[in-house]
Design a protein around this ligand. Structure first.
Ligand code: NAD
Ligand code: MG
Length: 286
């Protein structure tokens, strides 16, 4: 696995594209080997075109799972690349462009995913937005706040509600949280708050859905080399990205995906619900 830690200063606009990154992230394309953990399952991965979502899609497909990818329309190229890897693994891939900040679109994505895959067993709420800010909370605009809260929280609620129409006993929901829930950066005040809320929702929903046999968990990544970073952090911050972790480096998306496989698989996680699984490079998740 590539753990190239030379990240030159670079900047993109959100949502960011994989092929504009130097180096391109390692999403497990060359290395991930499946062991039939998810054979015959069907998963919707929001933000599945790139970064952590792409690594999850590749891993799930190699574990025997059909995958639906939700992403923004401008990310079609990244989505098609991910779909190629899913097809190469011999699995079906549904491509579902759409802005999840719109309720009807968010709900429609779920219905299309279930329609194209013939049902849904796993939901990965992974789409997310952040934007590093300078200045005080007093300068924060409602437009910025809306983009972060609608993408990270409203969409998660809408998508989860709609997915519950399809998820049956044995189903699993996995939310992508962040180390920002525990170690918030001042520049990501709003984003960090959404990730703390996602942890709270995860535990709360696990209690509600346990009696229906549906497990709900969260993965808590530390710094991960994905398009989100050059698209939302100042260029000069990129070279030291991840250096402040105990392991002294950022993760590649391929290093985060196995946590999602573990939580999705009834073989490994049939009694795991209401927990957060840290993949943080050493920072605690408590
Ligand atoms: P990424 O940019 O590759 O993925 C994020 C995806 O979110 C985008 O590809 C996009 O498809 C989707 N998205 C954003 N706004 C959307 C909208 N309005 N409608 C539909 N889709 C939308 O970056 P990533 O780092 O892989 O992010 C995946 C998740 O991981 C996010 O929830 C992010 O908060 C979380 N995370 C990332 C890091 C990190 O360091 N990269 C750390 C902790 C948590
Ligand atoms: Mg993307």
């Amino acid at each position: 696995m590539s753990q190239d830690q030379h990240f030159p200063a670079q900047r993109q606009s959100p949502p960011g594209a994989t092929d504009a990154m130097t180096p391109e992230p390692d999403c497990g394309e060359a290395d991930y080997v499946g062991t039939e953990q998810l054979t015959g399952r069907r998963a919707l991965v929001t933000g599945g075109d790139s970064g952590i979502g792409r690594a999850v899609a590749i891993a799930f497909a190699r574990e025997g799972c059909d995958v639906a990818l939700s992403y923004l329309p401008e990310e079609e190229q990244d989505a098609r690349t991910t779909a190629r890897w899913v097809h190469e693994a011999g699995r079906r891939c549904a491509l579902l462009p759409g802005d999840l900040r719109d309720e009807a679109t968010a709900r429609g994505v779920v219905h299309r995913a279930a329609g194209e895959l013939g049902g849904l067993d796993v939901l990965v709420n992974n789409a997310g937005h952040q934007m590093a800010r300078r200045g005080s909370v007093e300068d924060m605009t409602t437009e910025e706040l809306d983009r972060v809260l609608k993408t990270n929280l409203y969409a998660l609620f809408w998508v989860t509600q709609s997915a519950l129409k399809y998820l049956e006993r044995g189903g699993a929901i996995i939310n992508t949280s962040s180390i920002q829930a525990y170690r918030p950066s001042g520049t990501l005040l709003d984003y960090a708050a959404t990730k703390a809320a996602i942890n709270n929702v995860t535990v709360n929903l696990a209690a509600e859905l346990g009696p229906r046999g549906i497990r709900v968990n969260a993965v808590v990544p530390g710094p991960v080399w994905t398009p989100l970073q050059p698209a939302t952090q100042p260029a000069e911050k990129i070279p030291a990205f991840g250096a402040d972790t105990p392991l002294g480096r950022a993760a590649q998306p391929a290093e985060v995906a196995p946590a999602f496989v573990f939580l999705a698989s009834p073989r490994t996680a049939s009694y795991v619900s209401g927990t957060v699984l840290g993949v943080t490079g050493g920072h605690p998740v408590f």
